[in-house]
Design a protein around this ligand. Structure first.
Ligand SMILES: Nc1ncnc2c1ncn2[C@@H]1O[C@H](COP(=O)(O)OP(=O)(O)O)[C@@H](O)[C@H]1O
Ligand SMILES: [Mg+2]
Length: 168
């Protein structure tokens, strides 16, 4: 059975497989969700973090709904619908696993911090499984999601540093 994408996977990652992950991603290829925690994959640009998140979801979340959330696009959508719409939209509600892709790429403002805190808090209380990708150092993320958001991220994820050369 295929993964159900409640938030579409970008075409670029549509065929991602765990088997094709390079050695620098081996700890992620074998990820077994210790205490239910997902990986917070951090490392330089272009090494394959988003690809890896997609591969894990495609191959380890068969028969579940998964949402691939580009944080930048999500914030853009929020900005355009400033009508107090719910943060966790139906697509996210259905998802068992949520991928927050490229967290910390946005330039933080009090508005983005508040939005991202609320998003993470909603995912936290709904007990979603989470994969985060970022090219920030984990500690820097506190400046993007607030101290309370960062605290929740620490409970939901385990930091995994990946080094390597950009594939782009
Ligand atoms: N294991 C892999 N096999 C084939 N292509 C890959 C692999 N990992 C990454 N890529 C490709 O390399 C490019 C950069 O990967 P991406 O995941 O977007 O990097 P990052 O998220 O770390 O910036 C993308 O085009 C992606 O599809
Ligand atoms: Mg990426």
């Amino acid at each position: 059975m295929a993964v159900e994408w409640s938030q579409r996977l970008p075409k670029r990652y549509a065929e991602a497989t765990v088997a094709s992950l390079a050695d620098n991603f081996s700890a992620l290829a074998d990820w077994d969700w210790p205490q239910g925690k997902g990986p917070l994959i951090h490392g330089p640009l272009g090494i394959g973090k988003s690809y890896c998140a997609a591969a894990i979801a495609r191959q380890k979340f068969h028969a579940y709904h998964v949402a691939f959330v580009s944080v930048t696009s999500w914030l853009e959508d929020r900005r355009q619908s400033m009508n107090g719409a719910e943060i966790v939209r139906p697509e996210l509600e259905k998802a068992r696993l949520v991928i927050l892709d490229d967290l910390g790429r946005e330039r933080p403002s009090s508005w983005t911090v508040e939005q991202l805190f609320k998003l993470i808090d909603d995912l936290y209380v709904a007990e979603k499984q989470l994969i985060v990708t970022t090219n920030k150092q984990p500690l820097e993320l506190a400046g993007h999601v607030g101290d309370a958001g960062f605290d929740r991220l620490k409970e939901l994820t385990t930091c995994m540093r990946v080094e390597g050369e950009s594939r782009r």
